[in-house]
Design a protein around this ligand. Structure first.
Ligand SMILES: [Zn+2]
Length: 284
């Protein structure tokens, strides 16, 4: 996998180098089957497990980039977005001259399914409130994040994905997780995580925020608004994107003025340099 700088206004575009550079833009139109991960499909070409990379890009303020892949699956790395963030920072992020395009939310859009809920509301910037309720040992956790605060890299990116030990065999039999291990996920036993200390006491809900940011990247542009999610998951996240994009009265494509110097990294930006291919990105 390799990331290349892209012109302002191009958004995030995946490119399969093993299939004649076939391109799949990261937009809701291309969302494929969603279960334990989010996948994109266009004209039968698949790219799977997009959420952690997309989250890192949005979280670090990267609007325009080409993601080259030589197979269908993005690297899972350590189960978090931290290796991606570290790779972006070592490659550098460049502010572009054009104003950032956002999907500015004008009216509430909500999706409810049983006790699962997700909604997006008008608001300045991009903020998220997430609550989860999982079986023991996780229980109830909630978290709030404001992406303008530039805390994504330290507060959200390191949070790893997780799975219950009892589910592992069943999920693998269904082909839903490929080789979840202590290296790329928190493995939960009856008494708690079986592989070492957590990175945060509420690492689970932080990871749900990480996933949500990645899935909402499929709006095609960074969201400008406030998101609330309860007990949601990839299917709910992407359902919200579809519902939002379909309702043309609920949003507008806005052009956000160049950010103040203090928020320079958040301005419309792209990865700089000829290419990005670091050990962290290649190791998976
Ligand atoms: Zn995840």
């Amino acid at each position: 996998m390799r990331l290349l700088p892209a012109p302002a206004g191009s958004g995030i575009v995946f490119r399969r180098t093993d299939l004649d550079n076939f391109e799949i833009p990261a937009t809701g139109r291309n969302v494929a089957k969603v279960s334990y991960a989010t996948s994109l499909m266009r004209q039968g070409v698949l790219i799977s497990t997009t959420e952690h990379l997309l989250s890192a890009l949005i979280g670090m303020g990267v609007d325009n980039v080409i993601v080259e892949l030589d197979n269908l699956e993005l690297p899972i790395l350590d189960g978090s977005a931290l290796p991606y963030v570290q790779a972006f920072l070592s490659a550098g992020i460049r502010t572009q001259r054009r104003r950032r395009e956002t999907v500015r939310v004008l009216r509430p859009v909500e999706v409810r399914e049983g006790d699962k809920f997700i909604g997006v509301y008008p608001g300045t910037g991009y903020s998220i409130r997430y609550a989860i309720d999982f079986p023991s040992p996780i229980g109830h956790q909630s978290a709030s994040v404001d992406l303008a605060a530039e805390t994504y890299g330290t507060e959200i990116a390191p949070a790893r994905t997780f799975g219950y030990k009892g589910d592992e065999k069943r999920l693998r039999d269904m082909g839903l997780i490929r080789g979840a291990s202590a290296e790329n996920a928190i493995i939960l036993g009856a008494k708690g995580p079986e592989n070492g200390p957590l990175r945060f006491p509420d690492e689970y809900v932080r990871h749900k925020v990480l996933d949500l940011i990645g899935d909402l990247a499929l709006a095609g542009r960074r969201i400008e608004g406030h998101v609330v999610a309860q007990r949601a998951g990839h299917a709910m996240h992407t359902a919200l994107v579809s519902r939002l994009l379909k309702d043309r009265s609920a949003w507008e494509l806005a052009h956000v003025p160049m950010a103040e110097p203090v928020k320079e990294k958040e301005a419309q930006s792209a990865l700089t340099g000829d290419s990005l291919s670091t050990a962290a990105l290649m190791s998976a």
